[in-house]
Design a protein around this ligand. Structure first.
Ligand SMILES: C[S@@+](CC[C@H](N)C(=O)[O-])C[C@H]1O[C@@H](n2cnc3c(N)ncnc32)[C@H](O)[C@@H]1O
Length: 287
């Protein structure tokens, strides 16, 4: 039975990734149409929660997941109400929403993303009520989310040097290739204030995770050297990095200093010993 289930899941995933990004968005909207219509008619959904069919940024309850991430930033990362925040890959505002009742009105939140409809939803619903929250659409390529755009490996963040106290990239570098992440790490260093903090989640490959993921449904089959892919056609579907490459090349060589690593349960670690499914790190400017 388990083998049949695995086969069915693998076929479903193959089918899903064979669709162009715009079809994947449409499929989600269609799937949730009855629930979303009911929520709209009954007035069950509040103004800061998007319809389920629009939430393209991960599973689980939109508000619950956002709150969980927010708690993490405060509890483990030392995020403070006066901090100026940058949210890389702000999606459809899952992290921004809980921040609206935490950040002081005289500081600001900046988010950018490559998916136009997510950015527009945030501008219309979040920025309208909280004018110190800004969202920008950037036209960059990512084969999971869109079929065109510029190369993220040569993108300059649209913010001045040393302008943020806290920078976050949740579940973004798990969908980007090494050269792109390398550029984003360089950019994070540039826009962080001295003493500022950064957060990013990853899938980290080490001996433990590589042996743990064997035989699991969620595993990185395609070995590209210092990184691995879950799907060869849609490279950004999920990307994992070798731990040494991540810590030496992406972090240390870019003038960043690693503070803490929290390993996740994606590769079979006991769930109750982990903070999350993905691995995540906190880091700072080295100088
Ligand atoms: C899994 S979602 C996570 C969204 C958000 N960080 C959250 O946790 O709710 C990944 C996001 O990264 C965005 N993304 C992908 N490539 C990007 C890039 N090069 N620059 C900025 N955002 C990107 C996607 O559009 C998507 O919104």
């Amino acid at each position: 039975l388990a083998a049949k289930y695995r086969l069915l899941m693998s076929l479903t995933r193959n089918l899903y990734y064979s669709l162009p990004p715009s079809f994947r968005f449409a499929a989600r909207r269609l799937y949730y149409l009855p629930t979303d219509t009911l929520d709209r008619i009954s007035g069950r959904r509040d103004a800061l929660t998007p319809p389920k069919g629009m939430v393209f940024t991960g599973s689980g309850g939109y508000r619950e997941q956002g709150q969980r991430l927010f708690d993490r930033f405060v509890r483990l990362g030392g995020l403070q109400p006066q901090h100026k925040v940058l949210d890389i890959g702000s999606g459809i505002g899952r992290i921004a929403v809980p921040l609206t009742s935490y950040l002081q009105p005289d500081t600001s939140y900046e988010g950018f993303d490559v998916v136009k409809r997510g950015v527009h939803w945030c501008q219309k619903h979040i920025s309208k009520a909280f004018p110190n929250f800004h969202f920008q659409y950037v036209s960059l390529n990512n084969d999971l989310y869109r079929s065109d755009g510029q190369n993220a490996a040569s993108f300059t963040f649209p913010y001045p040097d040393q302008s943020f106290d806290f920078v976050m990239a949740n579940s973004v570098f798990t969908h980007m290739l090494p050269e792109e992440v390398n550029n984003y790490m360089r950019e994070i260093r540039r826009v962080l204030r001295p003493g500022g903090k950064a957060y990013a989640s990853f899938f980290i490959l080490n001996e433990e995770s590589k042996s743990g993921m064997q035989g699991r449904r969620f595993r990185f089959r395609y070995n590209m050297g210092h990184y691995r892919l879950i799907d060869q056609r849609v490279k950004a579907a999920n990307v994992a990095f070798e731990e040494t490459y991540l810590k030496e090349q992406l972090i240390r060589s870019n003038g960043l200093h690693l503070e803490n690593t929290y390993y996740g349960y994606w590769c079979g670690r006991a769930q109750d010993t982990c903070e999350d499914f993905q691995d995540f790190i906190f880091f700072t400017r080295a100088t």
